[in-house]
Structures are given as structure tokens and as C-alpha cells.
Design a protein around this ligand. Structure first.
Ligand code: PLP
Length: 464
């Protein structure tokens, strides 16, 4: 294999390439890591380091790297029909077959899909659809969407506005009007003075309070992820979703479940909604839909909204050049077929999900870990300065970033959100690979503690 010239690429990168979610100047000074190739759950950089990809790219490479079947699906489709649109009374087999497959996998009252190129575009579509729905129903004042603080729903203007990331709002505002945020069910961060059960109920009560404050006649929808991904792999208390469902049952508003991360096996079901027994009206999807091999997203549309749009709506003035792109759709379809054939969902639910839960929870004993939680193949660690009371490290220490960089040095990608460390690895991992992931994370935690001057490290026994 031709080794690229690391220094030359870094210089060109610095000169011409603005990276997403990046401090351009700081990265320029440090230089980018150049990823050259990947296989299975490992990526390789231009210096020859092998790195276990504990984030599945960006929460998406669920089947792992190097899947020839996906390459073949793209190649065959590109030869036959690389692109055609779905706008003017035309379509093609990949878009139709993928739509059918998705509706077969989705909860039973979801039978339509609107394709997009990404998760952000899917959430733009959500905003357009919920407002259109209520307008068609003769209730145009029902326009407000309730979302949650610290939610991530994408980085277009609508995605950012639906999301509850304060730094994004500060840079990208003013946000789209008619979006309100309530508190998130983040027990470790915001609820430790109560039991998780009580806290989950209180967070759900915040939804009802917001609906009453705004007036139900003004509220179109509530949007949330089953488990918040980018917010910090926040698994809500068990009481949360049942209490939210009870609130929704008392009010006539739509439920939008953002499945961009939780969809396609992450929680051990096809959709996170199925894990929590939710009945969404709309489900934005992307990421794992194609295992990241090509960009594609969409919105799964429940019968209630679809029938209004179809029967009473006339033309819906919305869509993207790449809505239902045939090559992306062909790859997504093959990806779903492979997941079925290989039993990936059961693998997560019955084997590696419980195994990760067991191994990951052992990290809670580490001196700088305040909590270790996981569900299916998503997990996180809360870094703390004081285990006894959960006190955080001083912000200036940037403990999370330090730990992330040390993970990289040890050959592991895990991500930091503040001082919360996140894993979301490929779903095809084996138990042995989970052992390796946990061992690498433990070494990086030990190193992090050492760098931060914590001396009581004796937890590395038993791991390599
Ligand atoms: C990544 C993400 C999005 C945005 O998807 P893009 O494809 O990056 O536009 C939306 N919602 C959630 C929950 C996500 O994690």
C-alpha cells in the first residue's frame, strides 16, 4: 500500500480544509491524524498505528469496515444507474425496495418513508412535516416543537434549533422560532440528589408543564432520542419513557423519536423506539442505515401523518436532489439484509450488549470514574475528581479531552463530551474485542489519572 506523506497531507489540510466541529487554529498547530485504511473494527493511520474504533466512525459503521458486499452493492448500482431523482413522477428499484424494507422493520403503524441525504436533513424534514400536518388538519397554530436541552438533532439551522446545544445556539442563532426546550433526563449530571426513578418522573413532568404553559393548542410535537447520543450517551432512568408516554397520552401532540443513533441495532432492537415500546409518529434515521458507507437518511412516517399528507395535503413542497439516491439506497438495503442474515440485532441484544454491560461496569471501580453505564452497544464513563461525592475535575484541566487523547495514544477511539467519555462501537464486535476495548480504556484511564496527579491507581490488575 502507498503510504501517504503525513507531513505533506497535514500541511495541505491546514492550508485548505475546514473541519466540522473544529477549532481550526488549534488543529492547524497540532496537525490532523491521517486515517489511511480500515478493516473490521480497526482503523489505521499514516504512521502505521492500529486503532480500535470505539465510535464506529461517527456512530455509524455498524457492520464494521471492509465489507465487500457493500462495495459490490454500490458498484453494481453505479454501473446500472448511478443517479436518478424521485421528483417528477419517477423512481427506481433501490429506493422502492429500501422503503419497503424499512417499513417492514419499523413499528407496525409506520408504513411510509421520505428519504434525505443526512440526519440533519431528516430533522429539517420533521419540522416541515409536523407543521404541515397540523396546517392540513386545520390547526395551523399548533406549531411549537418541544425538544430537550443538550439534545443533538443535527447542524443545519433547523437541526441546530431543534437541538439543545447552548454553544451551537450562541454561534448559530437566532434559532428557528417556535422551538422550546425542556430539561434532559441526565441523572448523573443533574439528578443525583434524588432517586433515578423520582428524577425520571420529574423530567417527564417538565414536558407536561411546558405543554400547559404553551397551551396544547400551540404545540405540534415533542422530539427526543431514546438514548441521547452526542449529549453524552445519556440513558434515561427506567421511569422516564413510561412517564413521558403517559403525558403524551393526555395531550394531542405528535411524538418524534430521533433514531439517527439508536436505530439499526444500537440498543439491541431495530429501533430504539422498540426497546422503550414507543409509538412514534415520525422517526428520523441516518448513520447506521448504510453503516456509513454512503450518506443517506430519511424520515419514517406513521400512518396518521402520512395519510393526512397523502389524502388532504396536495403537493408537499419539500425534497432534496439526493432524496432516495439509488446508489446510497442500494448500499443501505444490502446493509439491512446483511444485518438480518448475520443476526446482528440478536448479537447485540443477547450477547455483546450484556457482555459490554458487565465488562464496562467494572470500570466504575476506577478512581476517576463516577459512573459507568451502557445499554446495547452504547456506553459512557463519567470522569470525576472525587468518587465519594461525584465532584468534577476543574474545567481548566480538560480531563475529558486529555483522556480522549490518551485513548488515541493507546490505540482506541473514544469520544469526550466535557468529562463524559463515550463508546459506540461497531455492532459486529466480538466478546474478545470488547475485552480489548475495556483493557485499552482502563490503561487510558490510569494514564489520565496519573496526568491529573491522582495517585491511588491500583485498578489495572487483571487486565493486560
Ligand atoms: C448525527 C445526528 C444527527 C445529524 O445527522 P447528520 O447526518 O450528521 O446530519 C441528527 N440526530 C442525531 C441524534 C444524531 O446523532
Amino acid at each position: 500500500m502507498n503510504q501517504p506523506q503525513t507531513g505533506e497531507l497535514q500541511a495541505l489540510d491546514r492550508a485548505h480544509h475546514l473541519h466540522p466541529f473544529t477549532d481550526f487554529k488549534a488543529l492547524g498547530e497540532e496537525g490532523s491524524r491521517i486515517i489511511t485504511h480500515a478493516e473490521g473494527i480497526y482503523i489505521y493511520d499514516s504512521e502505521g498505528q492500529r486503532i480500535l474504533d470505539g465510535m464506529a466512525g461517527l456512530w455509524c459503521v455498524n457492520l464494521g469496515y471492509g465489507r465487500q458486499e457493500l462495495v459490490d452493492a454500490a458498484t453494481e448500482q453505479m454501473r446500472q444507474l448511478p443517479y436518478y431523482n424521485n421528483f417528477f413522477k419517477t423512481t427506481h428499484e433501490p429506493a422502492v425496495r429500501l422503503a419497503e424494507k424499512l417499513c417492514q422493520l419499523a413499528p407496525s403503524d409506520i408504513n411510509r418513508v421520505f428519504f434525505t441525504g443526512s440526519g440533519s436533513e431528516a430533522n429539517d424534514t420533521v419540522l416541515r412535516m409536523v407543521r404541515r400536518y397540523w396546517a392540513i388538519k386545520g390547526r395551523p397554530r399548533k406549531r411549537v416543537v418541544i425538544a430537550r436541552e443538550n439534545a443533538y438533532h443535527g447542524s443545519t439551522i433547523a437541526g441546530m434549533s431543534l437541538g439543545g446545544m447552548a454553544p451551537m445556539h450562541a454561534q448559530g442563532g437566532p434559532c428557528v422560532p417556535g422551538i422550546e426546550h425542556i430539561r434532559q433526563p441526565y441523572w448523573f449530571g443533574e439528578g443525583r440528589d434524588q432517586s433515578p426513578t423520582a428524577f425520571g418522573q420529574e423530567c417527564a413532568a417538565a414536558l407536561e408543564a411546558k405543554i400547559l404553559e404553551l397551551g396544547e393548542d400551540n404545540v405540534a410535537a415533542f422530539i427526543a432520542e431514546p438514548v441521547q447520543g452526542a449529549g453524552g450517551a445519556i440513558i434515561p432512568p427506567d421511569s422516564y419513557w413510561p412517564a413521558i408516554k403517559a403525558v403524551l397520552a393526555r395531550h394531542d401532540i405528535l411524538l418524534v423519536v430521533d433514531e439517527v443513533i439508536c436505530g439499526f441495532g444500537r440498543l439491541g432492537e431495530w429501533f430504539g423506539s422498540q426497546h422503550y415500546a414507543l409509538q412514534p409518529d415520525l422517526m428520523p434515521i441516518a448513520k447506521g442505515l448504510s453503516s456509513g458507507y454512503l450518506p443517506i437518511g430519511g424520515v419514517l412516517v406513521g400512518d396518521r401523518v402520512a395519510e393526512a399528507l397523502i389524502e388532504e395535503g396536495g403537493e408537499f413542497f419539500h425534497g432534496f436532489t439526493y432524496s432516495g439516491h439509488p446508489t446510497c439506497a442500494a448500499v443501505a438495503l444490502r446493509n439491512l439484509e446483511l444485518m438480518e442474515r448475520e443476526g446482528v440485532i440478536q448479537h447485540v441484544r443477547e450477547d455483546v450488549g450484556p457482555y459490554l454491560a458487565k465488562r464496562w461496569s467494572e470500570l466504575a471501580e476506577h478512581p476517576i470514574v463516577g459512573e459507568a453505564r451502557s445499554l446495547g452497544l452504547i456506553g459512557s464513563l463519567e470522569l470525576v475528581a472525587d468518587k465519594a461525592n461525584g465532584e468534577r475535575f476543574d474545567k481548566s484541566l480538560a480531563a475529558g479531552n486529555l483522556c480522549r487523547d490518551l485513548c488515541f495514544q493507546h490505540g482506541l477511539v473514544i469520544r469526550s463530551v466535557g468529562d463524559t467519555m463515550i463508546v459506540s462501537p461497531p455492532l459486529v464486535m466480538t466478546r474478545e474485542q470488547i475485552d480489548e476495548l475495556v483493557a485499552l480504556a482502563r490503561q487510558a484511564l490510569d494514564d489520565t489519572a496519573r496526568h491529573l496527579g491522582i495517585t491511588s491507581i491500583n485498578s489495572s490488575k487483571g487486565d493486560r
